[in-house]
Design a protein around this ligand. Structure first.
Ligand SMILES: Nc1ncnc2c1ncn2[C@@H]1O[C@H](COP(=O)(O)OP(=O)(O)OP(=O)(O)O)[C@@H](O)[C@H]1O
Length: 406
């Protein structure tokens, strides 16, 4: 969301780059000869593989009718040049979906099956891009869950890695909240249950996402019954216990222990879920400040409130849910499993008549978006420097800044 979304990358690994990014074209010959990707379990995948489609649902009409105007075609033609012929032999490049700091995501169609997918093309020549790509691949190759984006296959070349992913066409979580005319606590719990199911699964594998935010939660299709998918594993890492120390993430979503550079665990994701729950229920951020130092200070002091619209209309149980996620002490913070069984989540699922919070939420979201665009109008898809990095991207906290906060 706006200027606050500059992301902090982990410090460069001292060990060099994760070996998964290799100078090799990564698809098996066998899969070239057949009609489509083969089906393997997540565990069977090696660093180079060509797997089959998992969790594949029939496409809705909306998915099949993505508009193709001249501009989109031009863009697609431009990006086709960046695709290795071995990728385009298998996939027809249709349109550019968006750009990330080190990536471009395009909509493609599998030539043999005509099934749509997304290809995330990552530049891996620069060290940062290589690190982000390696983290993302290491996780994606191991996961298979209805609420986590599914990797289909990967092509690895010296300069670029192409990840074929299931295509999410239902938009980001908050876009859907705005586009609905009606939004209740029950709707919020339905979305959060899916987030918690995905996050709980990741945590059960010892994976910490470390960059959970509404922009990384995509609906699989535009229908009301769509799955919600956790995406963007560029900062994800493996960690079973209190083993992490790297400062990375998106400032507004950072847990206090990350800012204070204490060892941390998967509980940092649960803090982020608390921030997301606050946003989904109100359209505003619990912690926000133009000054990063003040922002961090308010996070480590736990300074947020339930004042203003629509909080007076929100149930105490919902507030209790948020409070137990935005717990300063990570040891007392709800786990994903506890959160999904919190009384708010459980009782809301069964409740029917609920207050419509839509007006206040969308008003707050719009106000925030216009404030952000007037503060940093350059945060658009085309605003990247020569290295493809968004201006304002944060590097890890300086030591003196941390001392200030302590
Ligand atoms: N599988 C997918 N299906 C549909 N859209 C996708 C998919 N993966 C990513 N996108 C969209 O493509 C765009 C670029 O995503 P990407 O993950 O590369 O970068 P980002 O998360 O936006 O930026 P950054 O890498 O700086 O965090 C985003 O708008 C994202 O929603």
């Amino acid at each position: 969301m706006g200027c606050g979304n500059s992301k902090m990358l982990p410090e460069a690994s001292k060990k060099g780059y994760v070996s998964v990014v290799q100078s090799l074209v990564a698809f098996s010959k066998a899969n070239h000869d057949d009609g489509g990707p083969k089906k393997h379990s997540a565990k069977q995948r090696g660093p180079w593989f060509s797997t089959g489609v998992k969790n594949h649902q029939p496409l809705s009409n909306c998915q099949q009718q993505i508009p193709r105007d001249g501009r989109q075609r031009d863009k697609a033609a431009k990006y086709k040049d960046k695709f290795d012929p071995r990728v385009t032999a298998r996939y027809d490049i249709k349109a550019l979906i968006g750009r990330g700091s080190f990536s471009r995501v395009v909509r493609v169609e599998h030539r043999a099956t005509r099934q749509p997918f997304a290809i995330k093309m990552m530049e891996v020549e620069a060290p940062e891009g290589r690190e982000v790509c390696a983290s993302e691949l290491a996780v994606l190759q191991r996961v298979s869950h209805a609420n986590v984006i599914q990797l289909i296959e990967v092509f690895q070349l010296p300069q670029r890695v192409y990840m074929v992913l299931e295509l999410a066409t239902g938009g980001e979580l908050l876009d859907r909240v705005i586009s609905r005319g009606h939004f209740t606590e029950r709707d919020a719990t339905q979305a959060l249950r899916m987030v918690l199911a995905g996050v709980g699964y990741l945590h059960s594998l010892g994976i910490s996402h470390r960059d959970l935010k509404p922009e990384n939660l995509l609906y699989y299709h535009p229908g009301a019954d769509s799955r919600l998918l956790v995406t963007d594993f560029g900062l994800a890492t493996f960690c079973r216990t209190w083993c992490l120390r790297t400062t990375c993430g998106t400032p507004e979503y950072l847990a206090p222990e990350v800012i204070l550079r204490r060892t941390y665990s998967c509980a940092v994701d649960m803090w982020a879920v608390g921030v997301i729950a606050y946003i989904v229920l109100s359209g505003s951020m619990p912690f926000e400040d133009d000054s990063r130092t003040r922002l961090y200070r308010s996070i480590i002091r736990g300074k947020y409130s339930f004042n203003g619209d629509p909080w007076s209309s929100v149930s105490n149980l919902a507030k209790d849910f948020i409070q137990h996620l935005l717990a300063q002490d990570p040891a007392t913070r709800l786990t994903a499993d506890q959160a999904i069984h919190h009384p708010w989540v459980v009782t809301m699922a069964a409740s029917s008549s609920m207050r419509n919070l839509h007006r206040s939420i969308s008003q707050n979201l719009r106000q925030r978006a216009s404030r952000s665009s007037s503060r940093c109008p350059s945060t658009t898809a085309s605003s990247y420097d020569a290295n493809g990095v968004r201006p304002g991207r944060l590097m890890p906290l300086e030591k003196n800044q941390v001392q200030d906060l302590d």
